[in-house]
Structures are given as C-alpha cells and as structure tokens.
Design a protein around this ligand. Structure first.
Ligand SMILES: *[C@@H]1O[C@H](CO)[C@@H](O)[C@H](O)[C@H]1NC(C)=O
Ligand SMILES: *[C@@H]1O[C@H](CO)[C@@H](O)[C@H](O)[C@H]1NC(C)=O
Length: 376
C-alpha cells in the first residue's frame, strides 16, 4: 500500500498545482470527504484516483467511468451521487500551447449510472462560448439534462455548446455532433476539430511499472564513454536543479551533467524518452520526446526520433548555452540515430548513451509498457 499512498500524494500534488484556483480540487475533495461511506480508506483512494482524469492527457471518458465507480463503491446516497456528479461536471485541463478547445467524451453509454447522466462539465473560461456551457454545467449538477442514448458530448451540443473536440474511449477524435444515430451526418458549422498534432506531451498515465534501463550494450556507438567519475563538468546548472513533475511536460529528475569529458550542455539535460500514451495517444502507441521541460516545451512528441533529436540540438543553441563540443556530439548522434533506423526504447538509449547519459530512464512518466515497439 506504500506505493499507492505515494502515488496518491504525488497526483494530489499535481492537481493542487494545476487546479488550485479552479474547481477541480473541489470535486476531488468532495469525493475524499465521503470517508464514512464504503470501507475504510475507500473514499480517499477514489479521490486520489480521480485526479488523473482531470489532467490534460487523460481521455475525457475516463472520469465518467470513474464517476460510475464512485457510485458502485460508495453507494447511491445523495451525498455519493452529488460527489460523483461533481467529478462528471469538473473541468478537465487541456494544453493551451497547442489546442484552444476542450475534449469531451463521445461514448453514448457513459456514464452508465442513471443518476449521473445528463450532467455536463465546466470548461475553461477562455474558450469561446463558455458562458453557455458553464451555466449549463451548473444547472445540470442539480437538474441533469435529458440524456437518453446521448453521450456527454451530444448532450452539450443539444444544450447549445459545441466548441470542443469529441473523443471516443479508444481515443478517436471527431467534431462535436448532435445526434448519436446519425453521427456522421450533421456536423454543426461551429464545431471544431482539433488538429491531429494536438498536445506537446502528457505525462499522466497511472501505472506503477518501472523499467530498468535497457542495456545499451547492443547498440553500436562510436562515442567514447568517459569514466563516469569525471563529473567535473563546467556545466552551469547544479545537479538535480529544476526537477519537476508536470502534467504537460512530464517528470524530470533535474539537471544532470554529461559523463563525457568536455561535453557541456549548459543548463539543459539533452536526454530523450520513448513512451506510450503521450499527448493522449493510445496506450499501445509510443513516441519520442525530450525529457527536460526546457527542451521539450512547445515541441510536440513524435513518432520519428529525428524530429526530437533535431529539436534537442536546436535548443542547445537557443536556450541551453551548450558548448561547441556538446553541439558537435549532438550532431553526430543525430546522424547515428538516423543510421540506426530503429524506433523503440533502444533508439532513445542510443541517443542518451552517445551524449554521456547512459542508463537514463526512457520512461520517466511510468507509462504502460505495452507499446514498446514504436509506430511507423
Ligand atoms: C472556440 O473557442 C476558441 C478558443 O477560445 C475560439 O478561438 C473560437 O472562436 C471558438 N469557436 C466558436 C465557434 O465559438
Ligand atoms: C450555480 O447555481 C447556483 C444555484 O444552483 C447559483 O446560486 C450560482 O450562482 C450558480 N453559479 C454560476 C456560476 O452560475
């Protein structure tokens, strides 16, 4: 249970940071306050487990299933229903760097609990048309809208708000559509479809799997790995500085210097990760991304490692203040990655090793390990 406790506190910290000024925290707290219902600790676990569904990378159908779970475990008292409705109505974060409208669940079967149907969520006040939706949401908590056979997305459209991207349980995105039966037929002109190049990077997958760093022994690298004892780098940042846990940019353990003598990456750690589920992708779809938030900021994760290695190389000059030897090493490693032609965790390992970061955890966000083979 230690793992779970740590996980819950960790997620609570994320939610506090991102939702401190919003109502997301209220919904989470309301669930946790039902400690007299269910068995001991059940409400706290449900509360902690609900946070992930309000983060940017979560599938919007997730919180509906979680709301059903709350009722299943804590019962159908008015208080339990109110708390579960609060989760359905809670605003889900989204990454404003890349998308400007929220994602809403398009599955007409969710939530399955009758008392939770017809409740619609609050949305970011910055989104066009928000006044209608936020008023509707407030109303629906007390008096849910008619929702027979309709998804939350369809209920929202029926009530006058369609400025969102509809997302299915499997992650498929579509424009907001009014009626379920003829889903392909009528797309309101006001509907928006988010570009497939959605969010920079999400790192919110709940999984306790940790992976030992893959051996880089089989990876041919021309680079000479200097003794790891040579930590007398002239880098300008302190080891461990800038550690961050962020729902958008991911987990970063803090600054690390290269173990290769002479390579000074300035204020950045130029390592690369390979993870499933980034940016709301499927749990079976893995992509590459830089690990350091200063390096990955504004860059969308990519199936092609060359896009990310190129980005990292650019950042060495643009924001990191790296020395010429470090830039040259990155350029050589870029060539090496292209020559390898692989798209999996060994590709990220090869890059990290070539720059003096052997053994870097290429799954710092603990994404599920089902998608280790990259998409092409
Ligand atoms: C949807 O919201 C975005 C972001 O605020 C805005 O730019 C856009 O005009 C809105 N679209 C409609 C149809 O209201
Ligand atoms: C939400 O509804 C309540 C009554 O149910 C009302 O007092 C409150 O002002 C409403 N808030 C918003 C933001 O509309």
């Amino acid at each position: 249970m230690y793992t779970q406790t740590v996980l819950v506190s960790f997620l609570a910290a994320i939610a506090e940071a991102r939702f401190g000024q919003e109502q997301g925290n209220g919904a989470i707290a309301a669930i946790g306050a039902l400690s007299d219902l269910g068995s001991s600790g059940q409400a706290a676990t449900l509360s902690g487990g609900s946070i992930q569904f309000l983060l940017a990378a979560a599938n919007p159908c997730g919180k509906l299933t979680q709301a059903d779970q709350i009722v299943a475990e804590l019962g159908t008292s008015d208080r339990a229903i109110a708390a579960a409705r609060g989760l359905v109505a809670a605003e889900q974060n989204f990454n404003p760097f890349v998308v400007s409208i929220p994602s809403i669940c398009s599955d007409p079967t969710l939530p399955t609990t009758a008392a939770l149907r017809g409740v619609v969520p609050l949305i970011d006040p910055a989104v066009g048309g928000e006044a209608t939706e936020n008023t509707n949401s407030n109303t629906s908590i007390a008096t849910p809208f008619t929702a027979d056979g309709l998804s939350v997305a369809q209920v929202m459209v029926a009530q006058g708000f369609s400025n969102f991207t509809a997302v299915a349980v499997d992650g498929t995105k579509a424009a907001a559509v009014a009626s379920g039966a003829s889903a392909v037929a009528s797309v309101p002109s006001s509907a928006s479809v988010a570009a497939s190049s959605a969010i920079v990077c999400g790192a919110t997958t709940l999984a306790t799997v940790t992976r030992a760093a893959t051996s880089a022994a089989s990876v041919a690298t021309a680079s000479v790995i200097a003794s790891s004892a040579s930590s007398s780098s002239s880098s300008t940042a302190a080891v461990g500085a800038g550690a961050i846990t962020n729902a958008v940019t991911g987990n970063f353990a803090g600054f690390q210097a290269s173990t290769i003598a002479g390579l000074d990456f300035g204020t950045c750690t130029p390592t690369m990760k390979f993870e499933a589920g980034l940016n709301g992708r499927k749990a079976t779809e893995s992509t590459f991304q830089a690990i350091d938030p200063v390096v990955n900021k504004g860059q969308q994760e990519a199936l092609n490692p060359a896009i990310i290695t190129n980005r990292i190389h650019d950042q060495l000059t643009n924001v990191c203040g790296a020395n010429q030897a470090a830039k040259d090493a990155a350029a050589a490693a870029q060539t090496q990655i292209v020559a390898l032609g692989t798209r999996d965790s060994t590709t990220a390992d090869a890059w990290n090793t070539a720059l003096g970061f052997t053994g870097t955890n290429t799954n710092p966000d603990n994404a599920p390990q089902t998608g280790l083979v990259g998409h092409t």
